[in-house]
Design a protein around this ligand. Structure first.
Ligand code: FES
Length: 639
């Protein structure tokens, strides 16, 4: 009814929309086209969707997140607030997803160079073959299909291994005659046969492209690759639109069980990919029909959601995925806007919580080919770890929780513009904070929090348990409602509407638990194979957090082992690079399948020793100080 509509004004974007009276404020904000963070998927438990009511009426639901002070200042959780009349809201910069910096850093990206020097051969499993076939005569009167197969068969493409589906048969005669017997066939090579996936009249060999895609829980990165030269033509990225249904894989799995939830999650991720693809194709003037293949790498849940598979059992004891190796598919099966007759491929996963992104990471960093003992980690809400070399490999995952992505931290946020990513000690012993994009800070992301805790610990401002020391007077330390906090940046220097940026004892505690889980994961994996940290020769860090992470700070707080900073290497987004390799080479695609088969998954949660190691690690840097000699030395030097 017309009279039930009210006006919702959104600041600072200055957008106004009409919404139904009684609707949820978060939904209204989304309707206005603002993508607001909703980490818990609207359950009222994460606090990310906080907005300030500047004017007008809402009915706030009781929540357990906001402080009295915040409430009295007009803040509310938009996922719980009901619009009751005309209302004007202000959305803090930290809550808008568009501001998010997406990791497209392909640090150490030597794939293009390796192609140039012929390190491996470009041999994608989708190819185009151009032919001018002889016209049929009364003497040469074999069928159209036999004529085509005869024309394309060779030593490397044996006649008897060429297959053709009914959809191609239906148009074959027309295409051959309309094109006066000059055609281009798109051929897909599998381990056993060659399948004709498309046929077109004329010569279409020149421009063939493929997409390599990292389907991350947080962000999606698409590479447009020239399948002839192997070169990367363009890159596009954005946050994964599934974020509106929750931040982490667990929340998404919960969402997928709602009515229509699975379909919505699939269409949101495909929608994000199609938007990025359209943008890339337009920018580089590539037509949809010339994109013949797509190769995805994602964690196990994301791979399931991408293909529309129900991820329910991944979450339930005994944590079984629907599949770890996925059949190849047609892009049209999942409504991707590329050549519908092309090839779709998902890199295989290892277990429910060690996914295709890790298989891609191994493929890209060649752990499976090298002598040296390597540990690879991707730190997100889950720490996914691979340890091994060319003779053996083991994988494990440990749940770190959302703290490294800013969740459960009062002023925490993802790595996006305005997030404090570095904290250094200034000459006067005061913290110097720098934010991504050189902007005024509006919160602090994982690497900034790790830096800050390392700074506070070395300064003696916090003890090994993460408790803030109050013996000495310090203008940055204060007690708010019985919780001690340290002010990293005072309001005057923060972005408008942010207030002071603080680190509370509860925040520090969350980080200690997160880093404890990851360090315990490393320790148990090593112990399982009878090795020690010092035997690790290469320590590779992949993924978003690694981009900004200061290795020394991570060692100081006990997240990474104290084995010398020179052993650590940041390898960028190895997920998309692994996808690129599989896209370009059939052999590497097969290698990815072998990697996933040969990786032994260690279920950490069933190991009693995991709990012991975890308890030991709930201390900065660790209860066992002997494992952190350089930190011990630094502490002693400071007295
Ligand atoms: S509290 Fe609103 S989305 Fe999490």
């Amino acid at each position: 009814l017309e009279h039930s509509k009210v006006k919702l004004q959104i600041m600072p974007q200055n957008i106004s929309v009409e919404v139904r009276k009684g609707s949820i404020l978060l939904e209204g904000i989304k309707e206005a086209g603002i993508n607001i963070a909703a980490s818990c998927g609207g359950q009222g438990v994460c606090g990310r969707c906080m907005v300030k009511i500047v004017d007008g009426k809402i009915q706030p639901e009781v929540d357990t997140i906001l402080t009295e002070k915040e409430r009295s200042e007009g803040y509310c959780l938009s996922c719980l607030a009901i619009v009751d009349g005309d209302v004007t809201v202000h959305i803090p910069a930290a809550s808008v997803l568009e501001n998010q910096a997406v990791l497209v850093d392909t640090h150490g990206d030597d794939i293009d160079r390796k192609i140039e020097v012929g390190h491996w051969k470009i041999n994608p499993c989708v190819k185009r073959i151009h032919m001018k076939l002889p016209e049929p005569t009364l003497e040469d009167c074999i069928s159209d299909l036999d004529r085509l197969k005869r024309g394309m068969s060779s030593d490397s493409v044996p006649y008897e291994k060429i297959h053709c589906g009914v959809n191609i048969l239906k148009k074959l005669g027309g295409v051959l005659r309309d094109g006066e017997w000059e055609v281009t066939v798109t051929l897909m090579e599998t381990s056993n046969w060659f399948e004709i996936v498309d046929i077109r009249q004329g010569d279409h060999r020149e421009h063939i492209y493929g997409l390599a895609i990292d389907v991350g829980t947080t962000s999606i990165v698409v590479f447009l690759i020239d399948l002839v030269s192997g070169k990367k033509v363009g890159v596009a990225s954005s946050y994964n639109k599934q974020a509106e249904c929750g931040d982490d894989v667990i929340t998404r799995m919960v969402y997928s069980q709602k009515k229509g939830g699975l379909e919505k999650l699939q269409s949101l991720v495909i929608g994000t990919i199609n938007e990025l693809t359209d943008k890339l194709l337009e920018e580089h003037k590539v037509s949809v029909e010339n994109v013949d293949a797509v190769c995805f790498a994602g964690n196990t849940t994301m791979s399931h959601l991408l293909l529309g598979m129900n991820p329910k059992s991944i979450r339930q004891d005994p944590y079984i995925p629907g599949a770890t190796h996925f059949p190849v598919f047609r892009p049209s099966d999942i409504e991707l806007n590329i050549n519908p007759f092309g090839l779709g491929y998902c890199l295989p996963c290892i277990s429910s919580y060690v996914g295709g992104d890790i298989t891609a990471g191994v493929l890209r960093s060649e752990i499976h080919k090298k002598e040296e003992l390597t540990l690879l980690i991707d730190i997100g809400t889950n720490g996914e770890i691979v340890l091994g070399n060319k003779d053996w490999m083991m994988a494990a995952s440990c749940s770190a929780g959302p703290a490294f992505e800013g969740g459960g931290v009062k002023n925490g946020m993802r790595a996006m513009n305005g997030a404090i990513e570095k904290v250094k000690e200034g000459e006067n012993g005061e913290p110097i904070c720098s934010a991504i994009g050189n902007e005024k800070p509006c919160g602090v992301c994982g690497s900034g929090i790790i830096d800050a805790i390392s700074f506070l610990f070395l300064q003696g401002m916090i003890d090994g348990k993460g408790k803030i020391r109050t013996e000495k007077e310090n203008k940055r330390v204060r007690d708010v409602d019985g919780i001690l906090e340290y002010v990293l940046v005072f309001e005057e220097e923060t972005a408008e509407g942010t207030g002071d940026i603080v680190l509370t004892e509860a925040d520090i505690d969350n980080i200690i638990r997160a880093k404890g889980a990851i360090y315990a994961g490393f320790s148990v994996l090593l112990e399982e194979v009878g090795l020690t940290f010092n035997e690790i020769e290469r320590f590779l860090i992949a993924g978003g957090l690694g981009n900004y992470l200061n290795i020394e700070s991570a060692i100081n707080i006990g997240l990474l082992p104290d084995i010398g900073v020179e052993k650590f290497h940041y390898i960028g987004n190895s997920s998309v690079m692994g996808a690129q390799l599989s896209l370009l080479s059939k052999n590497l695609m097969e290698e990815a399948e072998e990697i996933a088969n040969s990786l032994t998954n260690l279920e950490l949660s069933v190991k009693p020793v995991f709990m012991d190691k975890y308890m030991q690690a709930l201390f900065i840097p660790n209860t066992n100080m002997n494992e952190f000699p350089s930190v011990q030395k630094a502490v002693e030097e400071r007295g």
